[in-house]
Write a protein that binds this ligand. Structure first.
Ligand code: IDP
Ligand code: MG
Length: 149
């Protein structure tokens, strides 16, 4: 087992299109454990920190306008190789290229408004989780289905 935690964001388009539950279902169905979740408004400062690698890119201002335009839902997801597993669940960055069966492949067509974010490495995951969650906001608990039936 290589248990990891990663950050998933339901971006503003997911919130506006009322698809938050569909994204959460994909994570849960895969067997990932949700260990933190909150709705918040990303401000420009947080957007710059979250997307620091893209500040020089031509699309950066569009990206910041988009990500700050409406609340997002931040999710901390835990599981075996969670970072890579989540990236595969999300699909390619451009929803037009994303495979059917992935979230981006199934729900969108717009390169900027591509529904979801997932950390791209374990290092990014640690950095990004710390941007969105305090230690106290992340839960440690076992999944014990049988005990709850
Ligand atoms: P990722 O979300 O799959 O990791 P990144 O290359 O890190 O993709 O880009 C971050 C976000 O910036 C994307 O999810 C998308 O919302 C937006 N984006 C990426 N490339 C472009 C582009 O060429 N034009 C407009 N928006 C883009
Ligand atoms: Mg990225």
């Amino acid at each position: 087992m290589n248990t990891e935690r990663t950050l998933v964001l339901c971006k503003p388009d997911t919130v506006q299109r009322q698809l938050i539950g569909r994204v959460i279902s994909r994570l849960e169905e895969k067997g990932l454990k949700i260990v933190g979740m909150k709705m918040l408004r990303v401000d420009e400062d947080l957007a710059r920190q979250q997307y620091q690698e893209h500040v020089e890119k031509s699309f950066f201002s569009d990206l910041v306008s988009f990500i700050t335009a409406s609340p997002v839902v931040a999710i901390a997801a835990e599981g075996n190789n969670a970072v890579e597993v989540v990236r595969r669940l999300l699909g390619a960055t451009n929803p037009q290229d994303a495979a059917a069966g992935t979230i981006r492949g199934d729900f969108g067509l717009n390169l900027t408004k591509n529904m979801v974010h997932g950390s791209d490495s374990l290092g990014s995951a640690k950095r990004e989780l710390a941007l969105f969650f305090s230690q106290e906001e992340l839960q440690d608990y076992p999944l014990e289905l049988d005990a709850w039936l």
